[in-house]
Design a protein around this ligand. Structure first.
Ligand code: PLP
Length: 402
């Protein structure tokens, strides 16, 4: 008998592969084929993992710390996370309120699986991180995008929330500083979200993965500082990927109410069991050790941010909000949409990012991937030389459109 084409589960049809990883793959393939690509698409620090962290991993291997660990992660690491939360924020948690997962992304996935299901709606401020809507959809629930305006620096306007809230709203995802905008939610915005969450019993997911990369001296407002009662309704996502340049190690952590973490552990026990024992020891060195590495990275990112913002805003028709955190900038190129090159019309961010990649060898990520088509994301976790050269190419490429 001939072989059959096996059909796939319906849920796969609803989602697309991560577009950020797709652009990165295309840029790397072009580079491998000899193209002189300047890569602004990567979502990771351009620093190496610090030595004391690598040494802890070597020590874990040498001492044969190579077996299964408890599902939620080793107790030492969960205690270190609890201690860091107390030292950095004054928040009190128990190790039972912490789950260590295979990267921050996996923590968010576990959260969505534990919290949401068919009929549920989850508010996702847009521009949003690419993976929030598909993760909500994979749980059977519906993401509801709440638009953030460039004019208000991508802070959420609580007055518009009414339009997006329904009886089915179960929660909201906050990502401050944000990927892709670098923007931070104000204390007033968080207070308004917190008030609604308390009134309506929403869960608040606070993705704090960029909380060590905040520019300027103002303290970063946080939902937990709005009202102590919100602690019972909030799950925090963090990890070492961005703060310690450990994206490949795959360690993230979630902190929240015991019953939610317990449900996430049930899911993790039936899927990945535990994150890598070796990577957990490395993360322990990062979380428990000196905290100067994230500060050093932030100080290195700041002049790059200033330079890329200056170069972008100097281009006619381009506007760009100054990022307050993270290492992304999200310029608005809508003034160039409708123009064309060699008869091909640039009709949106996907066409723009394609044009920049093919004609200027600039790898970026189209804003459509983040639910905001007027924009294109540039990561400035790259060298000043690449920023200078990239901005020159960008100016020429945009001038070449008619
Ligand atoms: C990078 C990132 C994460 C976590 O990434 P992991 O590599 O899975 O730890 C989570 N949220 C946002 C917004 C990110 O940019």
């Amino acid at each position: 008998m001939d072989s059959q084409v096996i059909s796939l589960a319906e849920r796969v049809r609803q989602i697309k592969p991560s577009p950020t990883l797709a652009v990165d793959a295309k840029a790397k393939a072009m580079k491998a084929a000899g193209a002189d690509i300047l890569n602004f698409s990567v979502g990771e620090p351009d620093f190496d993992t610090p030595s004391h962290v690598c040494d802890a991993a070597k020590e874990a291997i040498d001492s044969r710390f190579t077996r299964y660990t408890p599902v939620p992660g080793i107790l030492e690491l969960r205690k270190a996370i609890v201690d860091r939360f107390a030292a950095d924020h004054g928040w009190q948690y128990e190790p039972e309120q912490v789950q260590v997962s295979c990267g921050g992304k996996h923590g968010l996935y576990n959260m969505c699986q534990a919290l949401f299901g068919p009929g549920d709606e989850v508010l996702v401020p847009a521009p949003y991180w690419v993976s929030y809507p598909p993760m909500i959809q994979l749980a059977g629930a519906t993401p509801v995008a709440v638009p953030l305006a460039e004019e208000s620096n991508f802070d959420l306007d609580p007055a518009i929330l009414d339009r997006y809230v329904s009886d089915r709203t179960r929660g909201i995802i906050i990502n401050s500083p944000s990927n892709p905008t670098g923007s931070v939610f104000s204390g007033a915005t968080l207070a308004a979200i917190g008030k609604l969450a308390l009134e309506r019993g929403w869960v608040v997911i606070s993705d704090d993965i960029y909380d060590t990369i905040v520019y300027g001296d103002e303290p970063l407002p946080h939902i937990l500082d709005v009202d102590p009662r919100l602690k019972d309704q909030t799950v925090i996502l963090n990890g070492v990927s961005k703060s310690f340049a450990m994206t490949g190690w795959r360690i993230g952590y979630s902190v929240g109410p015991k019953h939610i973490i317990g449900a996430m552990n049930k899911i993790q026990s039936q899927s990945t069991s535990n994150p890598s024992s070796i990577a957990q020891k490395a993360a322990l060195a990062a979380v428990r050790g000196p905290q100067d590495f994230p500060v050093m990275m932030k100080e290195a990112f700041l002049p790059r941010r200033d330079r890329i913002v200056e170069a972008l805003t100097a281009i006619a028709g381009v506007s760009c909000v100054v990022p307050k955190g993270a290492f992304y900038v999200f310029p608005n190129f809508a003034a160039y949409y409708g123009k064309s090159f060699k008869g091909k019309v640039i009709d949106g961010s996907v066409a723009m990012a394609d044009y920049l990649l093919e004609e200027a060898q600039l790898a970026t990520v189209p804003g459509a991937a983040f639910g905001a088509d007027a924009f294109v994301r540039f990561s400035f976790a790259t060298s000043m030389e690449i920023i200078e050269a990239g901005m020159r190419r960008l100016r020429e490429a945009l001038a070449g459109l008619s």
